[in-house]
Design a protein around this ligand. Sequence first.
Ligand code: FO1
Length: 306
Amino acid sequence: MIAALAGGVGAARFLRGLLEVCEPADVTAVVNTGDDVVLHGLHISPDIDTVTYTLAQAINPETGWGLAGETWTVMDALERYGGLTWFRLGDKDLATHLYRTQRLADGATLTEVTADIASAWALSLRVLPMSDERVETRLDVEGEGELGLQDYFVRRRHDVAVKAVRYAGVELARPAPGVLDAISAASRVVICPSNPILSIAPVVAVPGVEEALRARRDDVVAISPIVAGAALKGPADRLMKELGLESTVVGVARFYAPLAGTLVVDDADADLSAAVEAEGVRCVVAPTVMRGVAEAAALARVVLEA
Ligand code: FO1
């Protein structure tokens, strides 16, 4: 059994490779829901949907989120009213949010709805939200006060200075059913190459998850989302610096050291291997940039053999 802590695009690409090299039914992805947002009265779970659509090979290849072959009739019509259109929801993608929202209103849990959506896309791995309770990643932004994740990420294009990040509601949240068991039972726990602060830390902050990971530290392998000092996608490098962390694989090693016994870093960072190990984390050097499924599968093999 393999458990993987996952955010959005980077995690989804890695998982796609993982499913090539192991039995999908043996994989549980525990996905960040700190990015979830309610817009137009709809419950949107971007990271869960990015993982689901990517593994279903239905993801929009240009954006890395949303569905391939999307149309935008609803967004265009909404523009007439001056409605909220900065967060683009395609016509097909909207069906997912309508379905999720109605099921939640009918009393289903996010775990149940997520499983049903994954099954509708014929996925055999288990996709779990980190929690069924609402946890909101909130960013304290210079001169603006607190913003929700999507407001920061999409509306402000993560181009504003962040002073602090918190995961609102996390103290009262419980891990979704199956999360702690998946971590305990796994032969390998993977921390996917996702933003450590915005994607992985919210999962770890859910009460009980950090303890479960610490107990499995020798079997926890993290993949650095930072390559040669920069994030492959998104604001991880900038955010790490703003929050006083070093935006290198050494900073990633320091951040994950309590939880992960091993860090996989890219070939480009081979010269930092000793500095990573000085943080008390075993360092494995391999190609980590995934341009396609073959590279993702090769990286997954490295992680399983690490
Ligand atoms: N990202 C954008 O940059 N612009 C968008 O309009 C946008 C819409 C969107 C709709 C559904 C969805 O599942 C994801 C969407 N994303 C969009 C991606 C998302 O904001 C972020 O990539 C993640 O939340 C960060 O992991």
